[in-house]
Design a protein around this ligand. Structure first.
Ligand SMILES: Cc1cc2nc3c(=O)[nH]c(=O)nc-3n(C[C@H](O)[C@H](O)[C@H](O)COP(=O)(O)O)c2cc1C
Length: 144
């Protein structure tokens, strides 16, 4: 059984809810998941010891939240190569943050990524709940 670490940044809570649904999907498919707010990760050692990683940030002014940028620099020094990875975030209209996080995890860390990042307007809108759980299930399959 793999243990995933989900780390989220958020301003108004929506990206946290999406992360919790992703965790549910991972658990439904027989793996475990811990969810942490980005400021709980103080250094690269706090990233050690998991079997997969999922990072999430909403988009504000065309960018991810700055604390998530700092986390991505920490991730560069952690041993993430080849491990399952995914990225997610709530957005309003452009949604750059999940794409940027996904690109870093794929191209800099060399992780085994899901097909795409998960971008949702809200966890409760337009099938968002199922899409977030399905994303968790997709991640779990990468750890099978
Ligand atoms: C001041 C402000 C700027 C925003 N800028 C963007 C943006 O550039 N692109 C986008 O897709 N959404 C943008 N949004 C929408 C947020 O991404 C959206 O409300 C999201 O659900 C917030 O997620 P959170 O609850 O995790 O903070 C903006 C929202 C606010 C209030």
């Amino acid at each position: 059984m793999g243990n995933f670490l989900i780390v989220y940044a958020t301003r108004s809570g929506e990206t946290k809810k999406i992360g919790e649904l992703i965790a549910e999907g991972i658990r439904i498919n027989g793996h475990s998941a811990e969810i942490k707010k980005v400021n709980e990760i103080k250094n690269e050692k706090d990233l050690d010891g998991y079997d997969g990683y999922v990072f999430g940030s909403p988009t504000y002014h065309g960018e991810m939240i700055s604390s998530m940028k700092q986390l991505l620099f920490l991730g560069e020094r952690a041993a993430l190569k080849g491990l399952p990875g995914g990225a997610f975030g709530a957005f309003g209209w452009s949604g750059e943050a999940p794409e940027r996080i996904f690109g870093t995890m794929k191209n800099i860390y060399g992780m085994k990524m899901t097909g795409n990042p998960l971008m949702l307007k809200a966890s409760w809108m337009g099938g968002g709940r199922d899409m977030a759980q399905d994303y968790g299930k997709e991640l779990a399959k990468l750890a099978d």
